[in-house]
Design a protein around this ligand. Structure first.
Ligand code: NAP
Length: 254
C-alpha cells in the first residue's frame, strides 16, 4: 500500500462531499493513519462520525485564523503521534458578499479574511508543524484556476488562491531543506458546501461539461487520487508545483 503507516493530518473535512473527504478516503485505502481537525464544537459533531468511518486516530480543534489554536493543535499532535508525514490543507473562506458582483467592490475586511484563512493559514500551519515533519513528508493544499484567470464571482478568492499558489513556491524552498515537499492541486469545480457560497456556481459546472477536453466535471475521488500521488513516495521529486485535476480545462484557449 502506498501510504502504509504514514501519519496524515487532514484540515478541512466539513462533510462527505468535501474534497478533503475524497482525499482522506484515498489515503485510508492505501494504509495511512488519519487525524482530522474541526473548526469549532458545532462542526465537531459532523467530523467525528467521518473520523470513525475512516478509522481516524483522533480529532482536534483548530480554527486556522489564530496562531494560538494552531500552536495547541501542533502540541496535541506531537503528544499523540510524535511526528507527521502528510498535512492536507483543504480550507478556504471568504464572506458571501465578496463572492458575487464586482471585484471592485471587495471590502477591506472581506479581503483580509479571505487572505488570512485561505492563504496565510498554509504558512502558519507549515511553520507550526515543521518540527514534527519526518523526512520525505508532504504538504498538499487546494487551489482553483480562478487564481490565474478571471472567473465570474470568484473575485477575492481568486486573489487569495494566487497568494496561496505563490506561497507554495516559497514554502517549497524552506521545507525542502528538510526533505519535505509541498504542492497544490488545482481542482475543477465541485459542488461542496464552500462552493455553494459562490454566486451562480451551477453556471461554472455546466460550462465545464461542454468546454473541457474530458467534457465532464471532476469528482472528489479523482482529486483524492491525485493527492494520494502527491502524498506518496511516487512523487518524491515533485515540489513547489501546481497540479491540475480539472478535466483539462486550463489547457484550453478556445
Ligand atoms: P468544504 O467541504 O466546505 O471545505 C472547506 C473547509 O474549510 C470546511 O471544512 C471549513 O470548515 C473549513 N474552514 C473554513 N474556515 C476555516 C477556519 N477558519 N479554520 C479551519 N477550517 C476552516 O469545501 P471544499 O470545496 O471541499 O473546499 C476545500 C478546498 O478546496 C478549499 O481550499 C477550496 O477553495 C478548494 N477548492 C474547491 C473547489 C470546488 O469547486 N469545490 C475547487 C478547487 C479548489 P467548516 O465546515 O467548519 O466551516
Amino acid at each position: 500500500m502506498l501510504l502504509e503507516g504514514k501519519k496524515a493530518l487532514i484540515f478541512g473535512v466539513a462533510n462527505n462531499r468535501s474534497i478533503a473527504y475524497g482525499i482522506s478516503s484515498a489515503f485510508r485505502r492505501e494504509g495511512a493513519r488519519l487525524a482530522f481537525s474541526y473548526m469549532g464544537d458545532a462542526i465537531k459533531k459532523r467530523v467525528e462520525p467521518i473520523s470513525e468511518e475512516l478509522g481516524g486516530d483522533f480529532t482536534f480543534q483548530c480554527d486556522v485564523s489564530g496562531d494560538e489554536q494552531i500552536g495547541r493543535a501542533a502540541e496535541l499532535v506531537k503528544e499523540k503521534w510524535g511526528s507527521v508525514d502528510v498535512l492536507v490543507h483543504s480550507v478556504a473562506f471568504a464572506p458571501k458578499e465578496d463572492l458575487q458582483g464586482r471585484f471592485l467592490d471587495t471590502t477591506r475586511e472581506g479581503f483580509r479574511t479571505a487572505m488570512e484563512i485561505s492563504a496565510f493559514s498554509l504558512t502558519a500551519l507549515c511553520r507550526a508543524f515543521e518540527p514534527l515533519f519526518n523526512p520525505g513528508g508532504s504538504v498538499i493544499c487546494m487551489t482553483y484556476y480562478g487564481s490565474q484567470k478571471r472567473i465570474p464571482n470568484y473575485n477575492v478568492m481568486g486573489v487569495a488562491k494566487a497568494a496561496l499558489e505563490s506561497s507554495v513556491r516559497y514554502l517549497a524552498s524552506d521545507l525542502g531543506e528538510k526533505g519535505v515537499r509541498i504542492n497544490a492541486i488545482s481542482a475543477g469545480p465541485i459542488k461542496t458546501l464552500s462552493a455553494s457560497g459562490i454566486s451562480d456556481f451551477r453556471v461554472i459546472l455546466d460550462y465545464i461539461e461542454t468546454h473541457t477536453p474530458l467534457r465532464r466535471n471532476v469528482t472528489i475521488e479523482e482529486v483524492g487520487n491525485v493527492a494520494l500521488f502527491l502524498a506518496s513516495d511516487l512523487s518524491s521529486s515533485v515540489t513547489g508545483d501546481i497540479i491540475y485535476a480539472d478535466s483539462g480545462f486550463q489547457t484550453v484557449g478556445m
